[in-house]
Design a protein. Structure first.
Length: 284
């Protein structure tokens, strides 16, 4: 009888424990570069890129194994079904051969990606993921992909030490980033921001760079954001151009938190907040 009781208690304890790390499954990293390949995603001497190496380690901490590719034709319904998380550090039009000659995305790739997210998939984009399959001109309508990720690359100036205003410090994806965190990087400006759906996590404050580069003489604007889409989640960070950013403790802690959030491991908390937070910080 005591043995049966012990077995029953053990079963109850097991049922109460969180899912094991292995249950999170696999992540897919796409680094196809159509017009310009960032050094962070370049494969040199047959070795994996820096981004692949770093993400493989940090995904493993979250219980996810990584598959990495430069072939955009991997973004299709059958392939996506294998993954919990998809990460883009891409550039250029994914449906064309482009600079790197890796396989382009098929005609249904973007529709399949959207459907996969709607069904519960997690999508992360870093840096030039917004300089990907975007509108040609600022007044062109948003592409299917731009609408998904939440914004399109408009331009960048010289690199500078940008300051992040964390506008939702309690959000699990950015809880490790202190308000006022500054880092030297290449900072994008954007068009086609999804102001109706994005949940802004941090704004870029150009600070004194407003005096030095006219394109940054603007109010603080979204640099890190997330979105809910259907049953899925989307996260984007414009930071990540420089190699040393991918070695920075705070950036890596944010990446850990964002991986967990995007894979569904922490509270959603993605109500649209653009109008509220951008309006509040509309002054220089």
């Amino acid at each position: 009888m005591k043995t049966l009781v012990r077995i029953a208690l053990a079963a109850l304890l097991c049922a109460a424990l969180p899912a094991t790390a292995e249950d999170l499954g696999k992540a897919l990293l796409l680094t196809k570069s159509g017009g310009f390949q960032h050094d962070t995603v370049a494969e040199k001497d047959g070795k994996p890129s820096q981004v692949e190496t770093v993400l493989r380690e940090h995904l493993a901490k979250a219980g996810l194994t990584l598959d990495a590719t430069k072939d955009a034709d991997r973004i299709n319904a059958a392939e996506l079904a294998k993954y919990t998380l998809v990460i883009f550090y891409t550039q250029g039009d994914l449906d064309k051969d482009g600079l790197d000659k890796h396989a382009p995305m098929g005609p249904d790739g973007m529709k399949d990606l959207n459907a996969w997210i709607d069904a519960g998939g997690g999508f992360m984009g870093f840096h030039s993921a917004t300089d990907t399959s975007r509108p040609v001109k600022a007044d062109d309508p948003a592409t299917l992909y731009t609408a998904l990720i939440g914004g399109a690359f408009s331009g960048h100036g010289k690199q500078f030490r940008g300051t992040l205003k964390v506008v939702d410090p309690k959000h699990p994806a950015i809880a490790s980033v202190p308000d006022g965190f500054s880092i030297l990087d290449e900072w994008y400006t954007f068009t086609h921001l999804d102001t109706k759906n994005m949940h802004v996590l941090a704004l870029l404050d150009p600070g004194d760079e407003r005096k030095n580069q006219e394109m940054y003489n603007v109010p603080s604007y979204p640099a890190i954001w997330c979105k809910a889409q259907g049953k899925g989640r989307i996260f984007y960070s414009t930071a990540g151009h420089r190699n040393d950013v991918w070695e920075h403790e705070t950036f890596l802690k944010m990446t850990d938190d964002a991986i967990k959030w995007t894979a569904g491991g922490s509270a959603l908390n993605a109500d649209p907040n653009y109008a509220k937070v951008v309006g509040k910080h509309a002054h220089h």
